[in-house]
Design a protein around this ligand. Structure first.
Ligand SMILES: [Zn+2]
Length: 133
């Protein structure tokens, strides 16, 4: 099922803050609001289906860390400690986190929770900028 992927040219003020999930492999990533409902290519499996919209990240502070960037921070002890402390989760390795009763918590939900709280968002952003430099 491969439809042509729609071209989309974001404006400078546009932020890819909408989280979508691949129907084929359940990979989650962020896209621009204008891309919702369009066939998009999954960064993980390459499927070009219409992904399922699962939520929108926090907006407006200018210190968001995109989901794809957040994924690259999971090898950083500071970030893992933040997630475990703030959200009372346990890291099982890779992108797997479980809550106090052992249920899996999707990474997109963790990212969303952090982006929804200014001080968490700021702390994560500081780690991200620290590594970019
Ligand atoms: Zn996929």
């Amino acid at each position: 099922m491969n439809e042509p992927v729609s071209p989309f040219q974001p404006l400078p003020q546009d932020q890819p803050d909408c989280i979508v999930e691949c129907r084929a492999c359940t990979q989650r990533w962020t896209v621009y609001r204008q891309q919702l409902g369009l066939p998009l290519r999954c960064p993980a499996c390459g499927s070009a289906d219409r992904p399922v919209y699962v939520g929108t990240m926090g907006v407006g502070s200018g210190s968001q860390v995109a989901f794809s960037s957040f994924q690259t921070l999971l090898d950083d002890r500071r970030v893992l400690r933040m997630i475990e402390t703030w959200l009372s989760l346990r890291h099982l390795g890779g992108e797997r986190f479980v809550n106090s009763v052992g249920q899996d918590v999707p990474l997109a939900a963790i990212h969303h929770a952090i982006q929804g709280r200014a001080e968490w968002q700021g702390a994560l952003y500081n780690v991200y900028m620290d590594r970019v430099r």
